[in-house]
Design a protein around this ligand. Structure first.
Ligand code: HXC
Length: 257
C-alpha cells in the first residue's frame, strides 16, 4: 500500500485506515482508491475487525479526485477506466464505516465521507462539492447523497456555486454526527466505533444493510427487508446471548456467530 495505511487492530475490534498522500491533500488518485477498496475488502473478511474508521490528516480528509490525473482525459478514457466500479465496491462494505474528517473534504473527498455510514468531524472540517469551479460536477454520489443528507436547497447551492460549509453547518444540516475539537476528532470517531464494536457484529451488519436500504426502495419494500433481517438474527448465537444476558442481568459476550 503506497497511499493508505491500515491498522487492523487500532483498538479492540476497530480498524483504522488513513489516507496518506499528505502533500497532495490526499487527492484521490486511481491507485489510492484501488488500495482503499482492497483494504476494506480484507477488513470485511477479518473476524477480528468489527468496525472501521477512515481518516486523513488534520489538514485534509481528501481534497477530491486527483485533478492532475483527470486533466487530460477524454470521456471515453473516463468510461473505460471505470473508476466508479471501485466506488461501488467500497459502498458494499458490510461493516460499519466511520469517517473521521478534519480539514478539507471536497469533491470526491466529500463524497467519500458520505459513502461512510457516519461522520465525526473536527471543528476545522470543511465540506464542499467544488467541481463546478473546474467545469464539471460531482460524479461519485455528491448530487444524490448530499441532497438526501441536507436537502435540495442547500445541496443545490453547494453543487452550483462550489461553496464550502463549515463543520458546524454540516452538523446543523444533518450531514455529520458530531463536531469536536481538532485534537480529539480521531479519538471520538474511534470511541464511536468501539461502542458499535461491542454489539453483535452480525446484528450491526444486518442493521446497517437495512438502514441503507431505506435510500434505495419504497417504504413497504424497506419494511419487508428490515423484517427479513430481523428474523434472520434469531438464527444467531449472539441473539440468544444478548437476550439471555439481559434476563440474567449481566453484560453480553458477543462472538459474531
Ligand atoms: C490534485 C490537488 C488537489 C486535487 C489539492 N491538490 N487538491 N492535486 N487534485 N483535488 C494539490 C495542489 O495542487 C497542491 O500541489 C497541493 O495539493 C496543496 O494544495 P494547495 O492548493 O497549494 O493548498 P491550498 O492553497 O491550501 O488550497 C487547498 C484547496 C485547493 C482549497 C483544497 O487545493 C483546492 O481547491 N483543491 C481542489 C479542490 C477540488 O476542486 N476538488 C474537486 C476535484 S474533482 P502542488 O504540487 O501545487 O504543491 C472531484 C470529482 C469527484 O473530486 C468525482 C470522481 C471521484
Amino acid at each position: 500500500m503506497e497511499f493508505i495505511t491500515v491498522e487492523a487492530q487500532y483498538a479492540p475490534y476497530v480498524a483504522l485506515i488513513r489516507l496518506n498522500r499528505p502533500k497532495e491533500l490526499n487527492a484521490l488518485n486511481l491507485q489510492l482508491m484501488g488500495e482503499l477498496r482492497d483494504a476494506l475488502k480484507a477488513l470485511d473478511a477479518d473476524d477480528t475487525v468489527r468496525t472501521i474508521v477512515l481518516t486523513g490528516n488534520e489538514r485534509a480528509f481528501a481534497a477530491g479526485a486527483d485533478i492532475k490525473q483527470m486533466a487530460g482525459k477524454t470521456a471515453i478514457d473516463m468510461l473505460t477506466v471505470d473508476q466508479f466500479s471501485t466506488w461501488d465496491q467500497i459502498k458494499k462494505t458490510k461493516k460499519p464505516l466511520i469517517a473521521a474528517v478534519s480539514g478539507f473534504a471536497l469533491g470526491g473527498g466529500c463524497e467519500l465521507s458520505m459513502t461512510c455510514d457516519m461522520i465525526v468531524a473536527s471543528e476545522t472540517a470543511q465540506f464542499g462539492q467544488p467541481e463546478i469551479k473546474i467545469g464539471v460536477m460531482p460524479g461519485a454520489g455528491g448530487t444524490q447523497r448530499l441532497t438526501r443528507a441536507i436537502g435540495k436547497a442547500r445541496a443545490m447551492e453547494m453543487v452550483l456555486t462550489g461553496k464550502f460549509i463549515s463543520a458546524e453547518e454540516a452538523e446543523r444540516f444533518g450531514l455529520v454526527n458530531k463536531v469536536v475539537p481538532v485534537e480529539v476528532y480521531l479519538e471520538e470517531a474511534v470511541k464511536l466505533a468501539s461502542t458499535i464494536a461491542q454489539m453483535s457484529p452480525i446484528a450491526s451488519q444486518l442493521a446497517k444493510e437495512a438502514v441503507n436500504r431505506s435510500y434505495e426502495t419504497h417504504l413497504d419494500e424497506g419494511l419487508h427487508f428490515e423484517r427479513k433481517n430481523f428474523y434472520l438474527l434469531f438464527a444467531s448465537e449472539d441473539q440468544t446471548e444478548g437476550m439471555n444476558a439481559f434476563v440474567e442481568k449481566r453484560a453480553p459476550e458477543f462472538k459474531g456467530k
